[in-house]
Write a protein that binds this ligand. Structure first.
Ligand SMILES: [Zn+2]
Length: 203
């Protein structure tokens, strides 16, 4: 994906339609600055505004990602490329989510353990402070666990080793399932077999 090329293409299409940055921004309900950032290649339009943006510019989403018009006979080829591109984007964002989860665990778990231990140690001398330390240690552990589980549920899919089905389980299934690393023992919604289902970043 060539962001600079895409930016120039957006600017060219906008001018072709006789729209200023301000007018385009207003129609999309976003700021001028956002439009200017796309056009200078500093960032990509959010997925949520893409369909409307493409409609206003009179281009397809594939053309937007490619940063150029696509000839009719090449449309199928380029929509396959687009799907691959979207797959990569999804993979990267899911990987980021999971590494954030790891960061959370490595940063906060030692802090919690320290809080609980020091709370226990000072409890005999200063009871209220000891209780506060221990309670905040436990509360942080619970918050981390909930956040971690939520991230594991939201990032990517689980793959059934029996039939290869990739699916998003319910939050409840993720919470209740025994796990080894990020693999969870769950029932496959397709074949019904129970087993350890591995995390998969894309469908
Ligand atoms: Zn299965």
């Amino acid at each position: 994906m060539d962001q600079e090329k895409i930016g120039k293409f957006i600017a060219a299409c906008r001018k072709e339609k006789g729209l200023t940055q301000a007018v385009l921004a207003e129609k999309l309900g976003i700021t001028n600055r956002a439009v200017s950032k796309w056009e200078t290649g500093r960032c990509m339009p959010e997925l949520s505004v893409m369909p409307e943006l493409c409609e206003l510019l009179g281009i397809s989403v594939s053309e937007l990602f490619k940063g150029e018009r696509i000839a009719a006979e090449k449309i199928e080829e380029s929509s396959n490329e687009l799907l691959l591109e979207l797959r990569k984007l999804e993979e990267t964002s899911n990987k980021k989510l999971l590494s954030f989860e790891r960061f959370l665990i490595f940063l906060f778990i030692p802090v919690c353990v320290l809080l609980i231990i020091s709370g226990a140690l000072i409890m005999s001398a200063m009871l209220p402070l000891g209780i506060i330390f221990m309670a905040s240690g436990f509360a942080t552990i619970i918050i981390c666990a909930v956040l971690g589980l939520k991230i594991e549920h939201d990032a990517g899919y689980y793959e059934c080793p029996n039939c290869g089905e990739r699916y998003v389980p319910t939050m409840k299934a993720v919470v209740m399932a025994p796990h080894i690393g990020t693999s969870r023992k769950m029932k496959c919604p397709k074949c019904g077999q129970k087993g350890y289902h591995k995390k998969a970043m894309v469908k």
